[in-house]
Design a binder for this molecule. Sequence first.
Ligand code: UDP
Ligand code: MG
Length: 318
Amino acid sequence: MVSVIIPAYNEQENIENTAKVIGDILRENGNEYELLFVDDGSKDRTWEIIESLAAKDNSVRGIKFSRNFGKEGAIFAGLRSCDGDCAVVIDCDLQHPPELIPQMIKMHEQGVEVVEAVKSSRGKESLFYKMFAKSFYRIMNRSSNVDLDRASDFKLMDRKVIDALNDLPERITFFRALSSWVGFKCEKIEFEVAPRNAGSSKWNFRKLVKFALNNITSFTNFPMQIITWLGVLFLIFAAVIGIQSLVRFFSGTAQEGFTTVYILILLSASVIMIGLGVIGYYMSKIYEEIKFRPRYIISVDTKDRKRKETDHENGTNG
Ligand code: UDP
Ligand code: MG
């Protein structure tokens, strides 16, 4: 069976259509499947729609978070609760073409354990978003050896990979990178990013910056290394200035040079502050991890509810 994991946050316009499109494709392809919608604490009618679909259609299942925990949490909740031999993660807005799923499944049958769909272009994004994404991925690329520029969350994973991901102890995660970090036999297929089916993008600038900082700090120590190198550079600089001022002192011309002092104080103070900031950021990561909080909280799972209903029926009948 294939589990299709679909994170959804305020997607009331999309749920029904997405379920129908993906369901049709998989039925036509002759696959056994479950559609696992993970409602990431939506504020609109998303959950009601998922629930009514699940009541009508046995292959649809829904998990509802108690509040918005972010797409990463939704993906990992899906991975943890899916029952398939393999799982496909796909966006709810059909920006990832579901027509590719049969091809991904075929590759899985041929022994590929991770099928990654990569963007052949980045689709329609604002100039600002593009620049932001570019520089983020450049930093990630240089420092963590994982090529992410064209990567997306649209992937198929074998049960082995799902179990490996579920076994990771960390709670601040970056699915896109982790799924290649765990290794396994991996192949890529390309897709063209489609425009959003309905509704608007669920990201805003704050969320994006947070996402980028989170992922950079949980995947690399690069920013900390920059600071170290800056420190070395400043040490050399300070040595040169120090010798110069000593020479001046002994030759009796030590009056001037206040400018150098200002500059040095300002520069070193700024380096120290940057350094403290970076260390603080990594410290906060340690703090987050050490709290051992769950990365999401599930408030309703339609599967449990169904199980209860059947238990109840069995109870009354027997
Ligand atoms: N999403 C989510 N939680 C969030 C934000 C987004 O589960 O906090 C889901 C959203 O419902 C969609 C997918 O993640 O299925 C991608 O979101 P979106 O289309 O807004 O991102 P974009 O395609 O603009 O990168
Ligand atoms: Mg989208």
